[in-house]
Design a protein around this ligand. Structure first.
Ligand SMILES: Nc1ncnc2c1ncn2[C@@H]1O[C@H](COP(=O)(O)OP(=O)(O)OP(=O)(O)O)[C@@H](O)[C@H]1O
Length: 274
């Protein structure tokens, strides 16, 4: 699987709520991703992480030019609107309450584009396979209200991955889950990534989550955001508790926290899970 995503000199300004002028949220952000991998994106609240993720997915807010300047290139071509290379997973799993687990996962294939692209027999097989991979084969005919938060997030993950996206954009997907379920979901994500490698960009406020999952950790500064730090982690996954307490990991943790604290002294939503 080959993939290249380049974010070049992105500036994003949004109109101020009182209508007087604009707020610059992102200031000349440049990032390049040229291989499958799990890329963690951290930064103080409001620095524009979701904005960047949406831009990569070609999702545009109504009435605001996005980006204000700069470009996002996918395989060298400008991404200036919705495209079918990326799938998104959000903190709120946004499953349709009136559809069963299987129908929710099948939902993308109802869209004309995917109906045309993937023959019915193939889409049915993919749905069955991904439901098994996320551990929901026996729950396929339940409704979202009959599932736990973790199970609902499994449905959302399955719905994103059933399309076999080259880019998976994840916006704090596990932050509403309790610690144990979150760890299970992290392990599941790694398993799914190994089965089907793609370019994952994963927004989190949790430094431990970044060090547990990331091949690469990118930290943004406060608004207007710039890339403050960008490093790789070569330790193979799954990463042990011994590694998490190693000098290498502790230094990485301090490196991230120093930037976040400098950006946001005394407040923010930082978490370190022990
Ligand atoms: N469509 C919009 N119109 C106006 N302002 C917006 C719009 N979208 C985002 N913003 C503002 O831009 C800033 C960055 O928002 P964004 O959600 O990208 O940040 P974030 O880093 O993901 O935040 P958090 O960590 O709190 O989720 C915020 O101040 C937000 O209010």
């Amino acid at each position: 699987m080959s993939i290249s995503v380049e974010i070049k000199d992105i500036v994003q300004e949004y109109p101020k709520p009182d209508g007087k002028g604009v707020t610059r949220v992102c200031d000349k952000i440049s990032l390049a991703f040229d291989e499958p991998g799990i890329n963690m994106l951290l930064g103080p609240s409001g620095c524009g992480k979701s904005t960047i993720l949406r831009m990569m997915g070609g999702v545009r807010p109504i009435g605001v030019p996005t980006p204000t300047s700069g470009t996002v290139l996918i395989d060298g071509k400008p991404c200036d609107g919705a495209h079918d290379d990326a799938a998104m997973v959000f903190q709120r799993y946004s499953n349709r309450p009136d559809l069963t687990v299987r129908e929710n996962v099948a939902f993308p294939f109802r869209m004309k584009l995917w109906k045309k692209k993937v023959p019915k027999a193939e889409s049915e097989k993919r749905i069955t396979d991904i439901l098994a991979a996320v551990g929901l084969a026996d729950k396929h005919d339940l409704l979202p209200a009959q599932l736990s938060g973790g199970q609902n997030q499994r449905v959302a993950l399955a719905r994103a991955l059933v399309l076999r996206p080259r880019i998976l954009l994840m916006d704090e997907p596990f932050s509403a889950l309790d610690a144990q379920i979150r760890q299970e979901m992290q392990a599941l994500l790694v398993k799914l990534y190994e089965m089907q490698p793609c370019l994952i960009v994963f927004v989190t406020h949790d430094v431990t989550e970044a060090l547990t999952l990331g091949d690469r950790v990118i930290t943004l500064s406060t608004q207007p955001a710039r890339v403050a730090d960008d490093f790789r982690i070569t330790e193979p996954r799954p990463r042990s508790a011994i590694w998490a307490r190693s000098t290498e990991a502790v230094k990485m943790e301090e490196r991230i926290l120093n930037i976040l604290h400098a950006a946001n002294p005394g407040r923010g939503e930082l978490t370190v899970t022990v």
